[in-house]
Design a protein around this ligand. Structure first.
Ligand code: NAD
Ligand code: DAU
Length: 343
């Protein structure tokens, strides 16, 4: 590895830093880079929660703003003399994108475009765009997504992320803007909003509520601990090649039903809680990620074994009931009724 190519930010802006992965990234970045100035820009939507960054308040600046608001983004970049951006902010939930797709195009496409344009004008030296393996669509029983796999999204969420990736690539090609894209598989870990598979099943099981499994439960996801994802984003920020795409995964494929049974076993709850419900429309059958490029070129590798990571995550949700009780607000309950009420 060529050490002269290492990029060291002096002032980092993290969009979506109050969300699940963003807050995990901010936590680990602050610990490993005490001398770098960190600013979190977040609109604090239903998914954003400053309690995710509890005890770190003195270590970063916070700007409450919408990434679609060009003036606010411009001001944040200037006020904090930002030289690098890690862009997590997005609408991130596939089911919400089916219930209400427009906000996904607005936030994920328009918002990303605003971030790019303002960062380019400001002279940002590195911009990491955090994307997803969902832009590749669905896999059959064999093989894994590489960076060359065709872009073939199925949900409005995945389409909005794919569109934002294309705008990022256009900025890199047309303006030589130093942007890099990561495409990661399903994350799990502490502070995940309790409407995604693992925290939803965990909390329902703890409360002896039905566990709504979509379709036949045999859709496969490739699970990675969010701390491993954060380490990959850091590797890309400091050593990634501008204009490139890096896939991130941990070769840890599980059919959904097996994850659900594992949670029930760990909590000592009966499988009779499992309830098969109507499938998600256009439900991608299988994701699997080939991470050989980032492993080979940047020396990153997922380090957290799934049995340890999932045990730690389950223990975290058991110990942090106060956190999830508070985030399960009125807005969340209304979403839950719309999503599962008639299935
Ligand atoms: P999340 O929904 O938990 O958090 C999103 C954050 O973005 C929240 O803090 C929210 O307040 C903020 N946000 C939303 N709209 C905003 C706006 N208009 N302006 C400013 N802030 C806004 O999401 P997550 O699961 O942490 O995902 C973070 C990123 O990683 C997303 O870009 C997502 O596409 C990507 N990703 C997620 C996963 C996963 O498994 N969760 C996997 C791969 C990639
Ligand atoms: O692959 C990366 C993506 O992973 C990210 O880009 C997204 O932001 C993130 O939300 C996640 O998308 P998924 O749609 O895979 O995650 P979700 O947790 O919603 O669902 C995981 C699987 O579990 C999926 O096959 C659908 C199924 N599922 C989900 C829920 C919420 C159920 O069977 N029942 C449920 O109630």
């Amino acid at each position: 590895m060529n050490l002269s190519k290492i990029f060291a930010p002096t002032s980092l802006l993290v969009t979506g830093g109050a969300g699940f992965i963003g807050s995990n990234f901010v936590r680990s970045f602050i610990e490993s880079h005490p001398d770098v100035r960190v600013t979190v820009l977040d609109a604090l939507t239903y998914a954003g929660n400053l309690e995710n960054l509890a005890n770190l308040e003195s270590r970063f600046s916070f700007v409450k703003a919408d990434i679609c608001d060009a003036e606010a983004v411009r001001k944040a970049l200037a006020d904090h003399a930002v030289d690098a951006v890690v862009h997590f902010a997005a609408e991130s939930h596939v089911d919400r994108s089916i219930l209400g797709p427009m906000i996904f195009t607005q936030t994920n496409v328009l918002g990303t475009h605003v971030m790019l344009e303002e960062s380019r004008r400001h002279g940002v030296a590195r911009f990491v765009h955090v994307s997803t393996d969902e832009v590749y669509g669905s896999l059959g029983p064999e093989g894994a997504f590489t960076e060359q796999s065709p872009i073939d999204p199925t949900s409005p969420y995945a389409a909005s992320k794919a569109a934002s990736d294309l705008v990022v690539q256009a900025y890199a090609k047309t303006f030589g803007f130093p942007a890099i894209i990561t495409r990661c598989s399903n994350n799990y870990g502490p502070w995940q909003f309790p409407e995604k598979l693992i925290p939803l099943m965990l909390i329902n099981a703890m409360n002896d509520k039905a566990l709504p499994v979509y379709g036949d439960g045999m859709n496969v996801r490739d699970w990675i601990h969010t701390r491993d994802h954060s380490a990959a984003v850091l590797a890309v920020l400091s050593r990634g090649m501008p204009g490139e795409v890096y896939n991130v995964g941990s070769s840890n494929e599980w059919p959904n039903i097996e994850i659900v049974k594992l949670i029930l076993r760990t909590l000592g709850k009966p499988e009779s809680l499992i309830t098969y419900v109507k499938d998600r429309p256009a439900h991608d059958r299988r994701y699997a990620i080939d991470s050989s490029k980032i492993e080979r070129e940047l020396g990153w590798k997922a380090m957290i074994p799934f049995d340890e990571g999932i045990a730690e995550t389950i223990a975290w949700y058991r110990a942090n009931e106060r956190w999830w009780q508070r985030v399960m607000s009125g807005e969340y309950l209304e979403y839950y009724e719309r999503q599962y009420g008639k299935r």
